[in-house]
Write a protein that binds this ligand. Structure first.
Ligand SMILES: Nc1ncnc2c1ncn2[C@@H]1O[C@H](COP(=O)(O)OP(=O)(O)OP(=O)(O)O)[C@@H](O)[C@H]1O
Length: 250
C-alpha cells in the first residue's frame, strides 16, 4: 500500500541550530509509525512542521499525492491532518461532547453560512457523537471535561482530534502521565483507530512503542539514525548505543 503522507528531506533551523535535519519518513494507513529520541531530538518540531504550525526550512510534505508543504495549518486540517498535543488543550468548563463539537466546528469553519448554523451544528454534533463512540467516551458525553481523570482527558483530546475527521493522526506523547490501566485503554484505542488512519506517534514510553508500532524512526540531534520494524530497531547496534543505552528491550 502506498504511503498517505510522504515526508522527504524535512529540515527546520532555528538560527544556527538544526532542530530537524533532512528527515524522510512515510505514514501509511493501517500503521503506527513511532518517532522516538532523547529530549531535544526534534520530535515535536517534526510534528509541528507536519501539522503546519511551523514552516519547514527545507524539504517536502506530500499528502495523498498533493504537495502540502506550503499550506497553512487550517488547510492541512481540512485535508485530513489532525494532531493532539503534549499539553492538555481541552476546555475544562464545557462538557465532553461540547469539546468535541467545538473541535469539529473549528475544523470546518463556514463564517459565510450563518443562516445554516443549525445544520452546521447538526453536522458537528454528529461528528462529535462518532468521535466519542470511537474513543469509548460516549458514557461521559455530558460530564464537565475538567472533572475527568488525566487518562480520560487524554482520550478526549484524541476524540477532539477525531471529530475533525482526520486521515492522518499526529499524536504527541498521548501516554504522558498515564498509569498502567489508562495506558492500556489508550493503546486499545490506537489499535482500533489503526485500520482507518495513518498514525504518527511521538512517545517516550518505550514498552508501549515497541508493542504498538509497525515502524519506528529513531532521531538523534535532529537526524534519523534508523528506521525499521520493532525487531530491527531493537537489534540495531547504533540505536542501542545512541539511544536505548543501558535499557534492554530484547
Ligand atoms: N521555537 C524554537 N526556537 C528555538 N529553538 C527551538 C524552538 N523549538 C525547539 N527548539 C530547539 O530545537 C531542538 C528540538 O526540540 P524539540 O522540542 O523538537 O525536541 P523533542 O524531541 O520534541 O524533545 P522532547 O522529547 O523534550 O519533547 C531543541 O534543541 C530545542 O531547544
Amino acid at each position: 500500500m502506498s504511503a498517505l503522507m510522504q515526508v522527504s528531506g524535512l529540515t527546520r533551523r532555528f538560527g544556527g541550530l538544526v532542530a530537524v535535519n533532512a528527515v524522510t519518513l512515510d505514514l501509511r494507513v493501517g500503521e503506527v509509525h513511532a518517532v522516538i529520541g532523547t529530549n531535544g531530538a526534534g520530535k515535536s518540531t517534526l510534528i509541528n512542521m507536519l501539522s503546519g504550525e511551523i514552516a519547514a526550512s527545507e524539504g517536502r510534505i506530500v499528502l495523498d499525492g498533493a504537495d502540502i508543504t506550503a499550506r497553512p495549518q487550517a488547510r492541512r486540517a481540512l485535508a485530513g491532518v489532525g494532531r493532539s498535543y503534549q499539553r492538555t488543550t481541552i476546555f475544562p468548563e464545557f462538557t465532553v461532547h461540547e469539546n468535541c463539537r467545538l473541535a469539529a466546528q473549528a475544523a470546518t469553519p463556514r463564517p459565510w453560512a450563518i443562516w445554516q448554523s443549525a445544520r452546521a451544528c447538526a453536522t458537528s454534533g454528529g461528528a462529535a457523537d462518532a468521535a466519542l463512540e470511537a474513543t469509548g467516551l460516549t458514557a461521559l458525553a455530558t460530564r464537565t471535561a475538567g472533572t475527568l481523570s488525566h487518562g480520560a482527558k487524554r482520550q478526549l483530546e484524541v476524540a477532539m482530534c477525531l471529530a475533525t475527521k482526520p486521515r492522518v493522526l499526529l499524536l504527541d506523547e498521548p501516554l504522558a502521565g498515564m498509569g498502567a490501566e489508562e495506558t492500556e485503554r489508550m493503546l486499545g484505542l490506537l489499535e482500533r483507530l489503526k485500520p482507518a488512519h495513518a498514525i504518527l506517534l511521538v512517545e517516550h514510553d518505550m514498552d508501549a512503542v515497541f508493542r504498538i508500532a509497525e515502524r519506528i524512526t529513531v532521531m538523534v540531534n535532529g537526524a534519523v539514525i534508523a528506521t525499521g520494524n520493532p525487531d530491527e530497531i531493537r537489534n540495531d547496534p547504533q540505536v542501542r548505543s545512541a539511544y536505548l543505552g543501558e535499557e534492554e528491550h530484547a
